[in-house]
Design a protein around this ligand. Structure first.
Ligand code: GLC
Length: 449
C-alpha cells in the first residue's frame, strides 16, 4: 500500500520543474539571458544588394545561379533612396518585438556600415554611397524598447583570402597548407567585429555560416572572448561552432520542448530571407501568430524575418503582418512577455504558458470552442478564469474531483463566442497555488461512500 501511495505521489509533478524543464545554467549566463527569455518576438532584417529582388542572398552566385559579376552588378541598384530608419524601427516596435537583428554583412561580404577593414560596403561600392547601418542603430537606441542584434556572416565567399567560393568546384586553397592566408582572413573578420562592437555595442551577435569550418579553425572561442571584452553581457547565437548561448533552429518550430534552456526559431515571412520580386507567398497573420505562440509555449522566441527592398521600402504585406502582430501582442501583453514554457501537450487542446510564479496558466486557442474547453490532470485548484485583454470572468466547473482518487477532476471552462479574439483567444486560469500536474494513467476504485 505504501509503495502504491509513493507511486501515486510520483505521478504528480510541478509544472515549473517538470520532467521536460531544462536544468538551470550558470548564474552569469542566467543573468545575461534574462531579457532574451522575456523578449518572445524579434524581427530579423535581411538587407543587402540582393534586395533588388532578382536572386537569393549570396547563395545565388555560390550555387552558380548567376555569375559573380552579375551578382555584384546589383550594387548599382542598392540606392536606399527611400530608406526611413525611423519608420522601420517604429514598425518593429509596433509589432511587439523586443529585439531586432539586422544583417550587417551576409556571405557576399557586402557591409552595411562604413568598414575600414574591407573594400566592399554600402559606402564604397553601392549606389547608396553611405553608411546605412548607423542610422538604423541610432533609431533603435533613440526610440528605445528594443535590444539590438547584428547578424554577421563568418563566411565571406568572394574574398581572396577566404578558401571556398562556389559550391561546385575546387576551393581556392587549403587552410592547413596555407595557414598564413587563413590567419589573414581571420584577422579581417576580427577587425570588422571590433568595428561593430566599438561603433554599436550590440546586445546580441547573430553569427551565420559556421558550417564551413570547425570551432578551432574559426578561432570561435577567441571571437566570443573578443566580443565580451567590449560587452561582457553580449549574447551570441549558436552558429559559432558550439560556442554560443542559445540554439537557433531555422524555419521549423520544434515539436517537443528543446533540451536547450534558450532558443529561438528564425522564420521567413514568405519563402525568402531577402526581398524577392516573385515571392508573394506570404504567410498569413494567423500562421505567424500560431508560430509565435507555439514557440512561447515551448519556452522559446520567434525571430521573424522581413526583407526590405533595395530602395529601403518595406513591402506592404510585411507591414500589414507586423501591424496585426502588434494588435494582438499589445492586447495580450500580460500573456506574452513575462511568461515561460507551458504544460505538456495532452492536458488541454490549446497552446499554454505559465506566469513567473507558476500560478497562472495561460491558454491560447486559435479556434472557436463549442461551448467549453477542458483541462485535465491539473492538481492545483482553480480559483478564477478570465479573458486576457478584456478581463471578463468566465464560468467554469470541475467534474469528478473524487476524494479517493489521485486523478484530479476535469475542468470545463465556458467560452461564449462574444469573448473570442478574431485570431487567438487567451484565457488566464488563476490557481490557488503554483501549478502541479497529474501525469498518471488513472486509478481504479479503492474506497466508496
Ligand atoms: C541560412 C542562410 C542564409 C540566411 C540565414 C538566416 O543559414 O545561409 O541565407 O541568412 O540562414 O537564418
Amino acid at each position: 500500500m505504501k509503495r502504491f501511495l509513493f507511486l501515486l505521489a510520483l505521478a504528480a509533478v510541478s509544472c515549473v520543474s517538470g520532467p521536460t524543464a531544462p536544468a538551470p545554467d550558470d548564474p552569469a549566463k542566467e543573468a545575461r539571458m534574462e531579457w532574451f527569455s522575456q523578449a518572445k518576438l524579434g524581427i530579423f532584417i535581411h538587407w543587402g544588394i540582393y534586395s533588388r529582388g532578382d536572386w537569393s542572398e549570396s547563395w545565388a552566385f555560390h550555387n552558380g545561379t548567376v555569375s559573380m559579376e552579375d551578382y555584384f552588378a546589383q550594387e548599382a541598384d542598392f540606392t536606399a533612396s527611400a530608406y526611413d530608419p525611423a519608420e522601420w524601427v517604429r514598425l518593429i516596435r509596433e509589432s511587439g518585438a523586443r529585439y531586432t537583428v539586422i544583417t550587417s554583412k551576409h556571405h557576399d561580404g557586402f557591409a552595411l556600415w562604413d568598414t575600414k577593414a574591407g573594400d566592399v560596403s554600402a559606402v564604397k561600392t553601392s549606389a547608396a554611397g553611405r553608411d546605412v547601418l548607423t542610422p538604423f542603430v541610432e533609431e533603435v537606441r533613440r526610440q528605445g524598447g528594443l535590444k539590438l542584434g547584428l547578424y554577421f556572416s563568418l563566411i565571406d565567399w568572394p574574398r581572396e583570402d577566404y578558401p571556398n567560393v562556389f559550391r561546385a568546384g575546387p576551393a581556392r586553397y587549403d587552410i592547413h597548407k596555407e595557414p598564413e592566408r587563413w590567419k589573414h582572413f581571420l584577422a579581417f573578420n576580427s577587425a570588422q567585429l571590433k568595428e561593430l562592437s566599438e561603433a554599436y555595442n550590440p546586445d546580441l551577435y547573430w553569427f551565420d555560416g559556421d558550417w564551413e569550418f570547425n570551432s578551432e579553425e574559426w578561432n570561435a572561442p577567441g571571437i566570443v572572448a573578443q566580443l565580451r571584452e567590449t560587452n561582457p553581457d553580449v549574447i551570441v547565437n549558436s552558429r559559432i561552432a558550439g560556442n554560443g548561448d542559445y540554439d537557433t533552429p531555422e524555419l521549423g518550430v520544434p515539436v517537443v520542448r528543446p533540451a536547450s534552456r534558450w532558443w529561438e526559431t528564425c522564420m521567413t515571412i514568405n519563402d525568402s530571407w531577402g526581398f524577392r520580386k516573385k515571392d508573394v507567398d506570404f504567410k498569413s497573420p494567423d500562421t505567424i501568430l500560431r508560430m509565435l505562440v507555439d514557440c512561447m509555449s515551448l519556452g522559446g522566441n520567434l525571430l521573424l524575418d522581413i526583407g526590405p527592398r533595395a530602395d529601403g521600402t518595406i513591402p506592404q504585406e510585411e507591414i500589414d503582418i507586423l501591424k496585426e502582430l502588434g494588435r494582438w501582442t499589445s492586447k495580450h501583453a500580460e500573456a506574452v512577455y513575462p511568461t515561460r514554457a507551458g504544460i505538456p501537450a495532452g492536458h488541454v487542446q490549446a497552446y499554454t504558458t505559465l506566469n513567473k510564479a507558476g500560478d497562472i496558466l495561460y491558454l491560447y486557442f486559435p479556434y472557436a470552442p463549442n461551448e467549453s474547453i477542458e483541462i485535465k490532470g491539473l492538481k492545483s485548484r482553480v480559483k478564477n478564469v478570465r479573458v486576457v485583454g478584456t478581463g471578463e470572468t468566465l464560468d467554469w466547473k470541475q467534474y469528478n474531483d473524487i476524494d479517493w482518487s489521485q486523478t484530479p477532476g476535469v475542468y470545463y471552462i465556458n467560452v461564449p463566442t462574444r469573448v473570442l479574439d478574431p485570431r487567438m483567444t487567451v484565457l488566464a486560469v488563476e490557481m490557488e497555488s503554483p501549478c502541479t500536474l497529474y501525469e498518471g494513467t488513472g486509478q481504479v476504485i479503492s474506497f466508496n461512500e
